[in-house]
Design a protein around this ligand. Structure first.
Ligand code: SF4
Ligand code: SF4
Ligand code: SF4
Length: 246
């Protein structure tokens, strides 16, 4: 079955959409599965009939709200595509500031319209979420095949630590760093800890995670809870769990 898809970007860096177009080894096979109706980075034609729509980015302006509502009306299946769409992503950091003061600081007296950042599910029904900053191309391809064959798409429910251990990495906690791998959904092949960088949780919470135990681990290791909160806030992917400190 060929899927009629469209992809639209909102407040984001467009890195997730690029993931769909940049893996040349599988691109031809992948495109054969798709009837692309609207996708600015791949196609100049624009059609308004599509079944599955990928929404990249979070929402931070009123015109984006209105555009998103119209897209939702047309789509049978709406996919929140990437961490910005699923959780707000790095854009959510702006919600920590007073917006009028921040706008004045950055833009001076220019008239800039901006709203607090919201994830897609704050505004419309989301049928499927594919997290990641950026999304993992292999995972997107696997999910597309599931949709094309009427199977239920799934994401790994276990944490990043599983993939990290498979790669025989030294745990960053043993090197005195806080890593969100124990509470974050796997699927990225533990790319950050493998590169000696702590996981910041871009793929959001793993299933059945034990947040109080994770806070205890950080305390037992003598690491900073302030640093932990900074890391949890980075992608906004752990709200409201981030405050579950018991
Ligand atoms: S999730 Fe990351 S890569 Fe994707 S659009 Fe947002 S900032 Fe860019
Ligand atoms: S480095 Fe991070 S992901 Fe790897 S085992 Fe340690 S806590 Fe888990
Ligand atoms: S290791 Fe963590 S921050 Fe890095 S890509 Fe994977 S889930 Fe995202």
């Amino acid at each position: 079955m060929t899927l009629k898809i469209a992809s639209f970007d909102f407040t984001c860096c467009e890195g997730c959409q690029l993931q769909l177009a940049n893996r040349e080894s599988t691109l031809i096979d992948f495109l054969e599965l798709l009837n692309i109706r609207n996708f600015r980075e791949i196609l100049s034609e624009k059609h308004e009939d599509y079944d599955i729509v990928f929404i990249e980015g979070s929402i931070s302006r009123q015109d984006e709200v209105e555009r998103l509502l119209k897209i939702r009306e047309r789509a049978k299946v709406l996919v929140a595509f990437g961490t910005c769409a699923c959780f707000g992503g790095v854009n959510s950091l702006k919600n920590r500031f007073k917006l009028d003061e921040a706008v004045r600081e950055v833009y001076g007296n220019m008239a800039i319209e901006t709203l607090p950042v919201r994830k897609i599910s704050d505004l419309v029904k989301v049928d499927l979420s594919i997290p990641g900053c950026p999304v993992a191309k292999e995972e997107v391809e696997r999910i597309m095949v599931s949709l094309a064959t009427d199977s239920i798409p799934t994401l790994p429910n276990y944490p990043v630590c599983v993939e990290c251990k498979q790669q025989l990495n030294t745990c960053l906690f043993d090197l005195g760093e806080i890593c969100l791998g124990p509470i974050t959904r796997a699927g990225c092949n533990a790319v950050c800890p493998t590169g000696k960088t702590a996981c910041l949780g871009c793929r959001g919470p793993a299933e059945e995670l034990n947040m109080p135990a994770f806070f205890e681990l950080v305390k037992e290791r003598g690491l900073s809870l302030d640093d932990l909160h900074e890391k949890l806030a980075f992608y906004n992917a752990f709200e409201p769990l981030a405050t579950d400190e018991t």
